[in-house]
Design a protein around this ligand. Sequence first.
Ligand code: PEP
Length: 228
Amino acid sequence: MGNAKKYVVGNWKSNKNSGEVEIWFKQFASLFQESKNKFNNLEIVVCPPFIYLPLAKKLLENYHLPIKIGAQDVSPFPNGAYTGAVSASQISQFAKYVIIGHSERRSNFHEDDKQLSEKVKRAKEQNLGVIFCIQDENTSAPQDVQIIAYEPVWAIGTGKTDTPENADKVAAIVKEKYPDTVLLYGGSVSSENVQSFLNTSHIDGVLPGGASLDPQKFWEIVVNASKI
Ligand code: PEP
């Protein structure tokens, strides 16, 4: 990737109420303002639950934060008679990215490859950047996704990470199958281990879940990532 930007993508999952979203942005913004670092070498993305996308967009504009908003999922259908679904066109009013194929969606919501490829199509129609999650090097991904996140299931929320060496090996295999793809590692990423993943040859960013809920912890990941 040479001098290309490194990605730090926070996945809040199904956490926080609106007051907590406000506090997160307020605290994150004050850390930003104190540091004066614009982090031009990073693409920083935060993915709140759907219901807080408008609030998150408003807050990042109010605080002039140079970060992007992502959604955690998208409907496989366009706008229309699909009760309860949130479409790519609706998401695109508030977010630039969308996570598709997270292992929690595959296991708890029984999402399969066909449905996931429909979701990718809908997202791309609306120019959303797709962050497609795979669980190992054998998980298939649609050919045209820009970003792939390698997230071994056993490392998610467990405090156990893959080794940087093995994650890099998987990243290399994936990049051979999907050339020109940005490759993220996810699975218990923290401020202590982020640099070990970003110092590898094939990993271009990280996708922290738990550690992104706390603005201070997410901030420390951002700061350490920016030093690579
Ligand atoms: C995730 O949300 O995809 C994730 C990897 O979570 P955690 O960082 O908590 O393991």
